[in-house]
Design a protein around this ligand. Structure first.
Ligand code: ADP
Length: 306
């Protein structure tokens, strides 16, 4: 089973011709609600590939929270450890996008920040019996770290995605992650090295190995990924297929969710092969618009990915 400990956010998206100035009211031409949050996104992608999944998270006891629970169930995700609280609202991301695709975003984490170590204790059984535990940083970082430690203590593989990045990440995150997977922005915030090409990513990889990581993956958008590990200290480039990208929002989460699936269900595959397959899944997700709405199902993917 893949267990994700992380966030749920309701995306409230308004499409406008231009972004409003301070104090200004403008008219938009379209509004839609989407399901987001890095934890839930990753869990949904894993589930759509066929993984048995549990999401450990917290939403509000409100209509967005109720709708989110329904969404998780529709995706076949176990909601046994989805808490609903009256002390905060479901996390939201209010997004305005102009006709050039530029955006402004306000995130209110709300209930996500109320997920605590007691909640993890209640879920200890699923965490410790998982094949893979996946964490990010859209919940209280100490709670993510505790989940990684619980998994590690039971010999469960840990996949950590340090997003959104923290400049002063607790160094224990490096040592308790079996796989540390970040994008170019996160890599730069963590190391101070701006990542514009493969060589930069390799420098980041080496630096993170020195900090205690066992295996580092840096995702490079259309260029695929860079991987480096203690076992294979010569960095490898794993390219992504050439596709026509329509909307890359949530591509990183599709990648992480897919990787969790392969780690759990094809543990004997070489890491490079798991990354190549995860690139394929994520590159399908960029060819449709939206976040979870663009994530492919197993039935829509080439047979050789399974
Ligand atoms: P994030 O969404 O966190 O910014 P990236 O942009 O690095 O992450 O994308 C994550 C993964 O999604 C890449 O490693 C790749 O597999 C896939 N991907 C992203 N953009 C493209 C693209 N334009 N073409 C093909 N694959 C892509």
């Amino acid at each position: 089973e893949v267990v994700v400990v992380g966030s749920c956010m309701t995306d409230l998206v308004s499409l406008t011709t231009r972004l409003p100035r301070a104090g200004e009211t403008i008219l938009g031409h379209k509004f839609f609600i989407g399901f987001g949050g890095k934890g839930a996104n990753q869990c949904v992608q894993s589930a759509r590939l066929g993984a048995k999944t549990s999401l450990i998270c917290k939403v509000g006891k409100d209509s967005f929270g109720n709708d989110y629970v329904e969404n998780l169930k529709k995706n076949g995700i176990s909601t046994a450890f989805v808490g609903q609280t009256t002390d905060a609202a479901t996390g939201t991301a209010s997004i305005v996008v102009n006709s050039e695709g530029q955006n402004v975003i306000v995130i209110v984490p709300g209930a996500n920040l109320l997920l605590n170590c007691e909640d993890l204790k209640r879920a200890a059984d699923v965490i410790c019996k998982a094949k893979v535990v996946v964490c990010q940083l859209e919940i209280t970082p100490a709670v993510s770290l505790e989940a990684l430690k619980m998994a590690h203590a039971s010999g469960v593989k840990t996949l950590f995605n340090p997003a959104p990045a923290l400049a002063d990440l607790d160094p224990q995150f490096y040592t308790y992650s079996d796989i540390f997977c970040c994008n170019e922005t996160e890599a730069e915030i963590l190391t101070g090295i701006p990542v514009g090409n493969l060589e930069d990513a390799q420098k980041v990889g080496r630096m993170l190995l020195e900090r205690g990581c066992k295996l580092v993956i840096v995702t490079l958008g259309a260029e695929g990924c860079m991987m480096i590990s203690v076992e294979e200290p010569i960095p490898k480039h794993v390219p992504a297929g050439k596709v026509r990208a329509v909307d890359t929002t949530g591509a990183g989460d599709s990648f992480v969710g897919a990787l969790a699936f392969y780690l759990a269900y094809y543990p004997k595959l070489p890491m490079e092969e798991m990354i190549r397959k995860s690139n394929c899944v994520a590159s399908v997700s960029v060819q449709a618009s939206g976040t979870q709405s663009s994530y492919p199902y197993r039935k829509d993917l080439p047979r050789d990915l399974f």
